[in-house]
Design a protein around this ligand. Structure first.
Ligand SMILES: [Zn+2]
Length: 251
């Protein structure tokens, strides 16, 4: 859990229970009691990842809500305080981008006046697919005001770790079949494996877009026994795959 001046980020652990399966009563109780315990406001919006590059506004009437109240997208942006944006994750990292309030100059009654614009917060599902579909760049396009793109330098990025480069490795066959198109810069290691470093990829893309402030929270979900991990469950040939929860909101 981190507190900053303008927003809050929380992540549940395995001990807080499985947070997945909308409709399952125990999962719902786990989500509600965790969010209540960390003091999350009651306005909650769940992100239903689409593995693409689509960005939606959490507090807009245009958001594409599913029947269970989740929004289909890979990044959600809130402009209002108290809108809690929730992702249910196993190994994928989540990226939070905070744009502090800023001032804009506008003409009013034949003179220039300064107007304050409120802070904005984005929550991004940072799977491999959305990264390949430029989800970071697409989110910044919506987060930053059209006429003031250089505000990117004021954005504060927080990456909540998922699977780390220690565990996100692929053999030659998988690389050739699904990775080569977007990850042609990868080189095999001594074991012939290809490693994807999602955190570093995100950091580089942010830097290229002018976002310099980057913080990373938490350890690899696969190595650590404290979080749910698809990869670890698969390696142990276990059927059960739960999810933990990452949530953020403007203060
Ligand atoms: Zn690891």
């Amino acid at each position: 859990m981190i507190y900053t001046s303008g927003f809050k980020v929380v992540r549940s652990k395995k001990k807080d229970g499985n947070m997945v399966s909308p409709g399952d009563l125990q999962n719902q109780i786990n989500r509600l009691s965790f969010l209540k315990g960390v003091g999350a406001p009651p306005g909650r919006v769940y992100i239903r990842p689409e593995q693409g590059g689509e960005v939606q506004l959490a507090d807009s009437g245009d958001a594409k809500f599913c029947q269970d109240g989740a929004v289909r997208c890979d990044a959600l942006i809130a402009r209002e305080k108290g809108v809690v944006m929730v992702l249910l994750l196993a190994d994928c990292p989540s990226l939070i981008l905070y744009l502090p309030e800023y001032h804009v100059r506008v003409w009013h009654d034949y003179r220039m006046v300064e107007v304050k614009s409120g802070a904005r917060l984005a929550h991004i599902y940072l799977g491999r697919g959305p990264l390949e579909q430029n989800i970071i760049e697409n989110t910044l396009n919506v987060l930053l005001p059209v006429d003031n793109r250089n505000l990117a330098c004021t954005v504060n990025a927080v990456l909540v770790s998922g699977i780390g480069l220690c565990c996100y490795r692929f053999d030659e066959e998988v690389y050739q079949r699904i990775l080569r198109e977007h990850w042609s810069h990868l080189e095999p290691d001594a074991d012939g494996k290809y490693t994807i470093d999602l955190a570093n990829e995100a950091r580089q893309r942010l830097r290229d877009s002018g976002v310099m402030s980057f913080n990373q929270l938490g350890e690899c979900t696969c190595c650590s026994g404290e979080y749910f991990s698809h990869k670890r469950a698969k390696a142990g040939k276990k059927e059960f795959q739960g999810r933990h929860l990452v949530a953020c909101w403007l203060l």
